[in-house]
Design a protein around this ligand. Structure first.
Ligand SMILES: *Cc1c(COP(=O)(O)O)cnc(C)c1O
Length: 230
């Protein structure tokens, strides 16, 4: 079942990218609230990038997966809001943190990323248009925050992550995706390390890819509906 879902999602990504004349984006499988066994199964099918929202849950699953042995290499993305008191664990557990949105979390991650590891990949989470969300920096704050990340050798500035207002009409999300792409293009001219624009989830990844996403974060279209958070 997971094999079929992975094939379908991968085919859709590829078609959307090809139709738009873009390279295929990176697929991050969002495994929050899914059991470790589901991650193992996807990894055995060749899926490499996994996204988790909660540091404690990720820690628990990683211990389970480390004990059992994953069937392939994995890259771990934190895609949920990060509290400062979890920065140490996050800097250790993850290869990417996609939700950096304030200077204090930049400093905390840089301080805790071990010197013998590769730099932690960072995406700035930008609140592009969602008035109801408390998370993400303002678009105007991106240049200063990006400069702060770029100044830390323990961090690698890779780009931007956005979650647009979840309009039921998917086409109403396009302006947010477009605005994010413009912001991303500006950031790229200022920082050579920037190559990633993370946007698009199960219901809107095709639109996000048309508008220039280079990475999509897909949960329910792969794993089915999520169990409730306990
Ligand atoms: C849960 C989550 C996703 C995946 O959502 P689906 O609709 O299940 O694909 C993507 N990004 C973020 C930030 C999430 O929290």
């Amino acid at each position: 079942m997971l094999a079929d879902a992975l094939r379908e999602v991968s085919d859709s990504l590829y078609s959307a990218a090809t139709a738009a004349g873009h390279p295929a984006p990176v697929l991050v499988a969002v495994s929050k609230l899914q059991p470790a066994a589901a991650i193992t199964e996807l990894a055995s099918l060749g899926q490499r990038d996994f996204g988790e929202n909660y540091v404690q849950e990720a820690l628990r699953k990683r211990q389970e997966l480390d004990a059992a042995g994953l069937p392939g290499p994995a890259t771990w993305h934190l895609i949920g809001h990060l509290q400062s008191n979890k920065a140490r664990e996050a800097a250790d557990l993850f290869d990417w943190v996609q939700t950096v949105d304030r200077p204090s979390i930049v400093d905390a991650l840089a301080r805790h990323r071990a010197a013998d590891r590769p730099p932690l990949n960072v995406l700035l989470q930008v609140n592009i248009d969602d008035e109801t969300s408390k998370h993400g920096c303002k678009p105007d704050d991106v240049p200063a925050l990006a400069a702060a990340v770029a100044a830390h050798p323990r961090l690698a500035l890779r780009g931007l992550m956005i979650i647009p207002t979840p309009h039921p009409d998917l086409d109403a999300r396009r302006p947010a995706f477009r605005k994010a792409r413009r912001l991303f293009d500006d950031l790229r001219t200022a920082h050579a390390s920037v190559d990633t624009l993370s946007m698009g989830m199960s219901d809107d990844f095709a639109i996000a890819i048309e508008e220039g996403a280079t990475m999509v974060r897909v949960g329910s279209a792969l794993f089915g509906a999520r169990p409730a958070k306990g």
